[in-house]
Design a protein around this ligand. Structure first.
Ligand code: 2P0
Length: 346
């Protein structure tokens, strides 16, 4: 019996303009457009291999070596959409192998510890959907395929692309225009680098899905954010990327992280993702930029306390020296320094 296989990887993406809020829970349609910077494939990624054969008796998934359930509605929606597209292809090409009716075996592996508290669902769903699309030889574009990944996890649609990616929220009720598009390739701005400061590997306070629903239902600030803040910022951030304007990109990124966490705090009861160490990192980044009188670094925080820093390659040595100095000397992540401490790095 022939077994057909395909493999692919999908990278973790970190939003610099945050997705927070759904207008449709089943289809994962967002209340605002968002932007992410996808980390390099060899950094943090999910590798997924899929196989199908007439002889397989059930769909099965092994995640990091463990057999996992494929029963969730989100996963089922993704599998169904992919099978529907394959079935369409089989109808139009009588020579196509009828694999849309066969069961799938899926093996998925992250190259980063799930305990690091980094969003793994985005890379996971993106790799799952992309691997099956490859196995099925679907002719649809990456943007089309991103709509399927979106149903698995909203942010997963952005992991279908490398580099700088926008998730256009769309306006249609069926989600047919809510998709990821490339803003620029990674090669467009090779100087851009990211570093992750793992503050805590504890499980997050509130899961993203329920957290964003609470925010939509209870925060007044959230309305201001989606109506008056994000639409303008979305255009500005795309422009900053296209023109490789790091100071503007950095300011928009930091402002948007702060705005997102402010709406979490404005939810009722409030949601806390950042902790004291996260806030010290925010302060440190602003002090670094003020000290060098130049925008050296931008921070962003997702639904957890860990920081992602963006900076340009030529500033790496001075930035990292600073970070090691502050964090290396202080076990327990206390940040204590004075203006004199910083002079060595100028
Ligand atoms: C983002 N986050 O844009 C934002 C910023 C967290 C903070 O997307 O319910 O796991 O699966 O659509 O995509 C996390 O939410 O939520 C997220 P679902 P998802 O990256």
């Amino acid at each position: 019996m022939t077994i057909y296989t395909a493999s692919t990887t999908a990278p973790v993406n970190i939003a610099t303009l945050k997705y927070w809020g759904k207008r449709d829970k089943k289809l994962n349609l967002p209340t605002n457009s968002s932007i992410s910077v996808t980390l390099a494939q060899d950094d943090l990624r999910t590798l997924t291999s899929v196989a199908t054969s007439e002889s397989f008796s059930e769909d099965q998934l092994w995640l990091n070596g463990k057999l996992e359930s494929l029963e969730s509605e989100r996963t089922q929606n993704c599998l169904q959409d992919l099978r529907d597209l394959r079935s369409k292809l089989e109808l139009s090409d009588k020579n196509a192998i009828p694999m849309s009716k066969w069961k799938l075996h899926i093996v998925s592996e992250n190259n980063f510890p799930t305990a690091a508290g980094l969003a793994s669902s985005a890379a996971g769903f993106a790799a799952l959907v992309a691997a099956i699309a490859k196995l099925y030889e679907l002719p649809e574009s990456a943007s089309e395929i991103s709509k399927i990944a979106r149903k698995g996890s909203g942010s997963a649609c952005r992991s279908l692309f490398g580099g700088y990616v926008a998730w256009e929220m769309g306006t249609k009720a069926d989600g047919s225009d809510s998709k990821a598009v490339e803003v620029a390739s990674r090669e467009h701005w090779p100087e851009m680098k990211a570093a992750i400061l793992v503050v805590s590997d504890a499980k997050k306070d509130t899961p993203s899905t329920s957290g964003m629903q609470l925010t939509v239902a209870t925060s007044d600030l959230f309305q201001e954010r989606i109506q008056n803040v994000v639409p303008k910022r979305f255009e500005q951030m795309k422009q900053a990327i296209v023109s490789r304007d790091f100071p503007l990109f950095a300011e928009l990124t930091m402002r948007d992280s702060n705005s997102f966490h402010a709406t979490c705090l404005d939810s009722y009861p409030p949601i806390f993702y950042m902790n004291d160490t996260s806030r010290q990192i925010v302060k440190l980044c602003h002090q670094i930029n003020a000290f060098f009188n130049e925008t050296v670094v931008a921070y962003t925080f997702d639904a957890g306390p860990n920081a992602v820093l963006y900076y340009l390659q030529h500033n790496e040595t001075k930035l990292m020296a600073f970070i090691y100095q502050v964090f290396g000397q202080n076990q327990g992540w206390e940040l204590k320094f004075s203006a004199q401490d910083l002079s060595a790095f100028k």
